[in-house]
Structure formats: C-alpha cells, structure tokens
Design a protein around this ligand. Sequence first.
Ligand SMILES: *Cc1c(COP(=O)(O)O)cnc(C)c1O
Length: 436
Amino acid sequence: MRYRSTRGAPAVGLDEALIQGIAPDGGLFLPEQIPNFALEQFDDAVSITDVAGVMLAPFFEHSTLRDDLRAIIDETFYFDIPVVKLTSEPGWCGLLELFHGPTAAFKDVGAGFLAACLTRLEGNPESPLTILVATSGDTGGAVAAAFNERSGMRVAVLYPDGRVSERQAHQLTCWGDNVLSLAVSGSFDDCQALVKAAMADRSLAARHRFSSANSINIGRLLPQAIYYAHSSLVHWRERQQQPSYIVPTGNLGNAFACYLAREMGMPIGEIVLATNENRLIVDFLDGADWAPRASIQTLASAMDVGNPSNMERLRATGGDAAAIGRKVRAASVSDRQIEEEIGRNFTEFGFATCPHTATATYVWRHLDREDRENRDWILAATAHAAKFEQIVEPIIGQAVPVPDELAAILARQRRFTVIAPELDALANALDRGFVD
Ligand SMILES: *Cc1c(COP(=O)(O)O)cnc(C)c1O
C-alpha cells in the first residue's frame, strides 16, 4: 500500500508516511486505495486482534513492519474495548467503551499503535527521534504513556497551560527522562501552530529529528478504525443489524476512523458527529464556507478545536459539503446541555459520563424518535468520567471511582516547564530540556 497526500505530493510507503507524519506539501496522508472487505473475510476473526490482523494486512503490504504486524497489534489492543448495552427499550443503544487503556481515553489506542510502529522503524539511542505533540488534553498523555521509556525515542508534549483538567495535567507531566512536558501560555491552537512552525524550521528539525503523533499521523488513524470494525461485526453477528455510531468530535480523527471502517465494507449504518460549541463542522454541513475559527473553551475541552485538521481527509475522500452531508451528519451540543446530560445519564442509567461522551448521549437522546427507535445505536465513550471529576462530581453529587491505571499515573511525581507561545521559547526548551 502507498499513501498519497491530500494536497497531491507523490505517494510514499507506510514507513515514510508514519515517520513523516505530515506530507511534504503540508497535506495529510491517505491510503491510495481504500481496501474493500467482504464480511466473509472476517469469518474466522472473533477477537479484536483477529479483526485487526485481517483489516490491517493490506495497509502493511511492502512495509518493513509487515512481519511485525501481529506483535504491533498485540502491543496496541491489550486492554478491553467492550460495547456495554445501555438500553433496548425502545431502540437499542450501547456504549463503546474506549477508556480502558493506560490514560483512560480512546487516544491510548492510536498512540500505542504509533509507538509500537515508530520505535521499530526509527528508535535510535544515538540520535533519538523526537515526537512533537500538541494536545488539548488527552492526546499528550496517551502519547507520553505510549512512548515513555521507549529506547531511542523522545516526546515533547505541548499543552495549553490552565486549560486542561488537574488529572489531565498530571498525565501530561509525570513521565521519564525521554518526555519533556511544556505548558504553553496560550490556547490549543497556539500549541498546534507551534508544532507546525517547529517542524518547518530546518535547523531545529535536523537537530531533533522531529516526527508527529497528533491525530494527523496515519498511524493514529488506522488502529482507530479497528474498534469500529470489531464492534460493528460483533453487533451484526448478534443482532443482524448494522449499528449506527455517534462519535464525539474535535479534530475529527476518531470519527474519520469510523468513516474509513464503513468505506472498507464494515456493517456500519449512519455516522453522526457530536461536537461541542466549536461547531464549524456542523455549520459547514449546513452550507457555510469552511473557514477555520478560533477555538472556544467548553466543558468538553478535548474537543475545543477551531480548525479540525482531519476535515482535509474527509473532504479529499468524501467530496463537497453536500456529498459529505449525505455520508455523515453532525450536531452541536452546548455546555448547558452537556451538564444536563451528565445528570440525566446518572439518574436514568446510573453511570457517570465524561463531558465528551455526554455530547454523544445528548445527540442520541435528541434524535428524531423514529431514527432513535428504528436503528441500533453505538455511542463512542471517548474517556472515563474520572478524568473530569471536577466537572462530573458536582453534577452527580458523588465521587467517581478512579480506575486502577489512572490511579497509578496520579501517584507519580510531576515535572514541567512553562513557555511562551513562540518558536524561540520552544526551541530553547527542546535544546535544553531532555535529560540524558
Ligand atoms: C480527543 C478527544 C475527543 C475528540 O476526538 P477527535 O479525534 O479529535 O475528534 C473526544 N473525546 C475525548 C475524551 C478526547 O480525548
């Protein structure tokens, strides 16, 4: 398989696409052909690792990682990703629990897979590869956890100072010597712009051997398609119904993975994107121009994105707004509605919902009645509520139990540097920051 840029640069192999992260023309990598599977090809695939083996094989053709694919899959999918039924009265609905990994959010999947690939390709203790990652909260923790203490690899995490939860901040700043945690005095968009500027700076890039691990890296996207494939196959086998999905959406990485899984022939019905008040995608599908905006701070902070980068992939495969609108729907959920929803889920179903996941349950609850009752719905639960206890606990009036993995991370010591949102400040921190 070769990977083309959304902006037309010549296609490259998987190894180069993983290492480069972003195409030389600034575009995002996409597979040259999206493989199409018949469901019979999955007849012997029961576990999620089996499904991954079948589905990822064509993507690894001609890669030097081809013989390691099984090991890479096993290193990635070592925790449960269950669908837990919420209700079937009336209309079936379940939660795809993506939060059982080390940092309790779905990004553990993409980060783990990318770390397994990149360490094999580029890990070099003499001249480490430096992963630059801008995060609005969850990405950085997942990437740091995935690369922590991997030989020949370094990570610099940039996050907006004061705009992530206490526990998220802890997850971004408690790692070993190969992880540099940078609290940027600015927004997530500033962090993303800084990463782009650093990558484009030749001398800096040459000193540090930069690569990215943001959701623009194709190595994040591919494994995310697997849990949609697996959960839809399991559902199809059990109920002979194609599940429809509602996906909390910020940079559109997770939802695009769902879309990819459906393009590959998986039994997936509708795909609905749930955004917070950063509603550019919703307005675009309603006919507005695609005009990136400054991000708005909301309770679902990991979705505070004013310029969702994966839209470039969706537009490159899905056509214009009208064509995309026939393939996916989108709805925006306000902070007030998120709060209301967290309370309602707790009263009705007895579970604590993270603010991001609450956008999906809100959208599900407010579907047209026919739509809600005649289809089976799977809602992506993107993080564990215990990561956002400061928002969730006052609403439900009790403590959210902390999962073991998260508790282990919260017990570690923090270490970080505050920097201004300027390239010089980043360059300085990088040149001095890593302890050897
Ligand atoms: C990152 C994140 C999202 C948004 O996912 P995208 O792939 O950026 O659309 C939603 N919820 C949580 C908890 C996240 O960490």
